[in-house]
Design a protein around this ligand. Sequence first.
Ligand code: HEM
Length: 207
Amino acid sequence: MGITGLFMILFLLFHMSMNLVAVFSAEGYDMICEFLGVNWYALIGTMVLALGFLLHILYASVLTLQNIRARGKQRYAMSRNKGVDFASRNMFVLGLIVLGGLGLHLANFWYKMQLSELLHLPGAETHGSVLIRELFSHIGYVIAYLVWFGALWFHLTHGFWSMFQSTGLNNSVWSGRLKCLSNIFATFVCLCFALVVVYYYAISLCA
Ligand code: HEM
């Protein structure tokens, strides 16, 4: 679980950095999107990424089922444990919200770009900046994406810390520090994603 989580985190860092380019240069962003279009290395990357996501979800489901079984009738009392924070108690549900948002997101971007280009569907778009500008001029999408980033924030605050825990890299000295680092990391990543959405909404209002 920790290793698949690390893989997701590395992807998020890459994807966040790539999307930040859209705030500074639409042309630069389009060049990156073209580079990640229908090329053999980008397609292999997409398949490896999909496998990473699948393994992460599969492990999460197995762990959640094991936890429910292990707790048995104590489940209600345990989930009210004050020491256990909101994110760690609701990781699976938060993961499902993140997954739902991801479905919408892939339909908004990946389907219209890489998949449409690959399958030669009409209206394939290679310019990511065109899609971003269009999508984030709608307040409904802006709100939906910000809610999605909110769920991602909670999921990451616990997930980042938990990654060290499950790979055995945590200990009593580092536990508190890693929790603080998790909050900083999750806040940084989600704010950077949110910046892109809010920036494009703001320029749509000025246009
Ligand atoms: C401001 C927010 C975001 C923007 C503007 C954005 C934009 C894009 C664009 C343009 C693509 C298609 C180009 C490509 O394949 O790289 C894409 C693909 C993708 N995005 Fe995002 N994204 C955002 C946030 C996220 C977040 C938060 C996640 C994950 C939780 C995510 C996961 C993905 C995945 C899995 C793909 C498919 C990658 C692939 O084709 O291999 N994105 N996104």
